[in-house]
Design a protein around this ligand. Structure first.
Ligand code: GP9
Ligand code: MN
Length: 701
C-alpha cells in the first residue's frame, strides 16, 4: 500500500501526472456542480453517462494546450487554464441560482449587471461555500509553491501532447455522437441551454454561446435605423384595415389564449370507428359565438412551439434555422402582445407545465412583457403527474386555477398544453379512446393524446363557466404545428382515407385550428386563408386595438384587404388559387399540378412569391438586426426586462399584494374565497382524497 501510494505520488511529480491530476479534479468538481447546482433534467442511464463523461473532452484538450509549452511555464499555464475554466463554472453557478439559466456570451457582453441586475443581487445569492470550486486550484498552487509536488522541468514531447489533444477530440466526437443520438438537432434547433450543458458540458456551451453571439452581434452591428424605414414602408403598403363589424367587439374582456400542442385541423370533426376524437373542441368550433377558420396554417420551422409563440404574440416569423425565441428572446427589443396589452391595463400571464428554460421562455417572456410566468415549479409534482415534457394537461389546467383566479381583470392568459406531444404516449389510466390502426407506432397514439387534450379543455371550459369567466372572456384556441410529420406519409394517407398523399396534400395537412370565441360576436366557419402570423392583428381587431403603428407582418383575417397568400418558412406558400411547393405550382382548387398557365396566371404566382419572399426576409431582418430598437410605436413604452421576475417566492408575494390594490381578481370578487372547488376533473391521479385538494406549490425556483 505504502509503495503504491509512493508510486502514485511519484507520478504526480511528472508533467503528465500533474496534468491528469488537474483534469480529474476539474472533472470532479464540475460533476458535483452539475448534480447540486443545476437542474439539467437528466433522464435515464444514457443521459447519466453522457453527463458523467462530458467534462472530460474539453478539459483534456484545453488543459492540454499547456503541454505544448516549455519548462515551468507549462505548469503555470495549466493552473491559469484551470482557473479560467473554474471561473466560468463559478460564474454560472451564481447566474443559474438567480436566473435558472446559464450565462450567455450575450449577457456578458451587454454587461450582465445592466440587463439583469446581477450586480445588485450578487451579495444575496452568493454562498461562502461557492468559493470551494476554487479549492483544487488553490491546492495545486500551494502544492507547487511548497514543493510538495515538484515541477518536472523536462520538456514534454510534442508528440505526446498531440496524442492527448487527439484523445480529447476523439472523446468529444463520442460525446457529440451519443448526444445527437439521444437528442437530434441539439445544436441547430437551440431548444434550451440546459440541454447543451447536459449533453456537451459547460465548456462546450461557452464556445457555442460565444460563437452564436459573435454571429448575431455582427448582423446586429450592421443593422441601422434605415433598415427599419424600409420595414415600415413595406408595412404601410401591406397592412390591412380593420373590420368595422368586428372592431372592438371583445373590448375590455379577459383574453385566454389556449395553445393546443401539436394539434392539427384534420382532428376537428374527425372520427375513429364512428367516435369523435375531440367532441368538446368540435362543439366549441361550431358554437355560434365562435369564429373558426378552416384554412389556417401553421408556419413554423425548426423553432416549432417557439416559432408559433413568436408569430402568435409578435406577428413576426421564426427564423430559417434554430429558434428566434432562444437566440434573440433575451437580447432583442420586442413589442409583443403581453406588453401592449399590459400597457392598456391588462394583467398578463403565461402558464406552462414544463421547466421555464425550454425555448428560453424565462427570458423571452420578460422581453415580451409578461407580468407572470407560471411554469413547472409552480405546480405540484408527483411521478404520475407528468408525461413527456411535463405536467399532464388535466392536472395542468386544474392547478392553474389557483393562480388564474388571483390575476386582476382584465387579464391576458396564455395556457400552453403539453400532453399531445410527440411521441404521443399516455399512461394506461388516461387512455379513454382506442388508438388508430395504421401500424405506425408514433402516429397511432396521436388521437389518444388529442382526445385527452379535448377532455382537459372541456374541464377547463366548464370551470370558466362556473366561475363566471366564460362570458367576460375572449377565448382563443390555436394548434401550434403539425403533430404528424411528413415522414409518415403512408400513415397520413390512411388517416385521411386516401391511397397515397401528394406534396399538395401534405401542404393541406399543415392546417391547424384557429378559433376565437366571444359571447355576442357573430361566429361561424370562415374559409379565409391565413396563418399564425395573422392571429395577432385579428385578435387586436376584436379587442379594439388599431394595428397600424405596430410592426406586425400578418394582417387581420377579418379585413377586406387581408392577404390570403400564406407563407411557409421555407418560401413555399398556399393561397386560395395557387399553392407552390418546392418549385412546383398546384391549382389549390383541384390539388393538381398547374399546367398550361396563362401569362396572367404566371404573373399572379410570381407576385405571390414576391410577397412571400419579401415578408419573410423583412421579418428575419427585424429579428436578426434587432430593428425594433430603432422604433417605438406611438403610445408604447419600451419594455425593461429587469422589471420582471418569475421567481416563485417573489411572484406569490406580488400576487398577494395586488389583490387589495386592484380589487378585480376573481378571488377578490369572491370575497377571498378560492374558486378551485368549482373545478371538476376526472384525472385519476387526483382522485385519492389526499390529492384532490390542491396544495401549495413546490418552493424551489
Ligand atoms: C416544451 C414544449 C414543446 O416546453 O413547448 O415544444 P415543441 O417540441 O413542440 O417545439
Ligand atoms: Mn409544440
Amino acid at each position: 500500500m505504502a509503495k503504491f501510494l509512493k508510486n502514485t505520488v511519484g507520478k504526480v511529480n511528472t508533467t503528465l501526472g500533474f496534468y491528469f491530476l488537474t483534469v480529474v479534479l476539474f472533472w470532479l468538481k464540475t460533476y458535483i456542480a452539475y448534480k447540486n447546482e443545476f437542474t439539467l433534467g437528466v433522464k435515464g442511464p444514457v443521459q447519466e453517462f453522457i453527463l458523467f463523461l462530458n467534462p472530460f473532452p474539453t478539459a483534456i484538450v484545453l488543459l492540454g494546450i499547456a503541454l505544448y509549452f516549455r519548462g515551468r511555464l507549462k505548469y503555470w499555464l495549466i493552473i491559469i487554464i484551470d482557473a479560467l475554466q473554474t471561473s466560468w463554472l463559478f460564474a454560472n453557478i451564481l447566474y443559474y441560482r438567480e436566473f435558472s439559466d446559464f450565462m450567455s456570451a450575450g449577457v456578458i457582453k451587454s454587461s450582465g449587471a445592466a440587463s439583469n441586475n446581477l450586480g445588485t443581487s450578487l451579495a444575496q445569492i452568493i454562498h461562502a461555500t461557492d468559493f470551494l470550486v476554487y479549492a483544487d486550484v488553490v491546492l495545486l498552487i500551494l502544492l507547487l509553491a511548497f514543493k510538495v509536488i515538484r515541477i518536472d522541468p523536462r520538456p514534454f514531447k510534442i508528440r505526446y501532447a498531440a496524442t492527448l489533444t487527439m484523445i480529447g477530440v476523439a472523446l468529444f466526437a463520442v460525446n457529440l455522437g451519443m448526444s445527437e443520438h439521444d437528442r437530434s438537432d441539439l445544436l441547430t434547433r437551440t431548444f434550451d441551454n440546459n440541454y447543451i450543458v447536459k449533453y456537451l458540458g459547460l465548456n462546450t456551451y461557452a464556445g457555442y454561446s460565444f460563437y452564436q453571439t459573435e454571429k448575431e452581434s455582427a448582423t446586429r452591428a450592421k443593422a441601422s435605423s434605415s433598415d427599419m424605414k424600409s420595414v415600415l414602408a413595406y408595412l404601410k403598403k401591406n397592412q390591412a384595415d380593420d373590420n368595422v363589424k368586428y372592431f372592438g367587439k371583445a373590448k375590455g374582456k379577459n383574453v385566454f389564449v389556449i395553445h393546443l400542442e401539436s394539434f392539427q385541423q384534420f382532428l376537428i370533426d374527425y372520427k375513429v370507428d364512428g367516435k369523435e376524437v375531440t367532441p368538446n373542441l368540435n362543439k366549441f368550433y361550431h358554437d355560434k359565438s365562435t369564429l373558426s377558420f378552416d384554412n389556417f396554417y401553421h408556419q413554423v420551422a425548426q423553432g416549432k412551439t417557439s416559432d408559433a409563440e413568436m408569430m402568435m404574440e409578435n406577428s413576426l416569423f421564426g427564423l430559417p434555422t434554430g429558434s428566434a425565441m432562444t437566440q434573440y428572446g433575451t437580447s432583442n427589443t420586442f413589442q409583443a402582445a403581453p406588453a401592449i396589452l399590459s400597457q392598456k391595463g391588462y394583467t398578463t400571464a403565461a402558464f406552462h407545465g414544463d421547466v421555464a428554460s425550454f425555448w428560453n421562455r424565462d427570458n423571452a417572456y420578460k422581453s415580451w412583457g409578461y407580468d407572470y410566468f407560471f411554469y413547472s415549479s409552480y405546480y405540484k409534482e408527483k411521478a404520475n403527474y407528468s408525461v413527456g415534457y411535463g405536467l399532464k394537461d388535466k392536472i395542468f389546467f386544474k392547478d392553474s386555477v389557483k393562480y388564474l383566479e388571483q390575476l386582476p381583470q382584465p387579464f391576458y392568459a396564455k395556457l400552453i398544453t403539453l400532453t399531445n406531444h410527440y411521441p404521443y404516449t399516455l399512461d394506461k389510466e388516461n387512455q379513454t379512446i382506442d388508438k388508430t390502426t395504421t401500424g405506425d407506432s408514433t402516429v397511432d397514439g396521436y388521437v389518444q393524446t388529442a382526445h385527452y387534450l379535448d377532455q382537459s379543455f372541456a374541464e377547463f371550459i366548464s370551470y370558466l363557466k362556473k366561475a363566471g369567466l366564460y362570458k367576460n372572456s375572449m377565448i382563443v384556441l390555436y394548434g401550434d404545428h403539425y403533430g404528424i410529420s411528413n415522414n409518415h406519409k403512408a400513415a397520413i394517407a390512411q388517416l385521411l382515407g386516401k391511397k397515397s398523399v401528394t406534396s399538395f396534400d401534405l401542404a393541406q395537412f399543415q392546417k391547424v385550428p384557429f378559433m376565437i370565441h366571444s359571447e355576442g360576436i357573430k361566429g361561424g366557419v370562415n374559409h379565409t386563408y391565413g396563418g399564425e402570423i395573422d392571429a395577432l392583428p385579428t385578435m387586436f381587431d376584436l379587442l379594439g386595438i388599431k394595428n397600424k403603428g405596430y410592426v406586425q407582418f400578418g394582417t387581420d383575417l377579418l379585413s377586406k384587404n387581408h392577404n390570403q397568400t400564406v407563407a411557409f418558412k421555407n418560401g413555399d406558400f398556399v393561397s386560395p388559387t395557387y399553392t407552390k411547393i418546392s418549385g412546383t405550382v398546384y391549382d389549390s382548387k383541384t390539388g393538381k399540378k398547374a399546367t398550361n398557365m396563362t401569362t396572367k396566371q404566371k404573373d399572379s404566382v410570381k407576385q405571390m412569391q414576391n410577397h412571400v419572399t419579401t415578408e419573410l426576409s423583412l421579418s428575419d431582418r427585424v429579428i436578426q438586426g434587432d430593428l425594433l430598437r430603432f422604433y417605438t410605436p406611438k403610445g408604447f413604452k419600451k419594455v425593461d426586462k429587469s422589471d420582471y421576475s418569475y421567481k416563485v417566492t417573489k411572484t406569490l408575494k406580488s400576487l398577494k399584494e395586488i389583490q387589495a390594490e386592484k380589487k378585480t381578481s376573481v378571488l377578490y370578487k369572491n370575497n377571498g374565497k378560492s374558486t378551485e372547488c368549482l373545478y371538476k376533473t376526472d384525472a385519476p391521479e387526483l382522485s385519492s382524497s389526499s390529492d384532490s385538494s390542491s396544495s401549495s406549490s413546490s418552493s424551489s425556483d
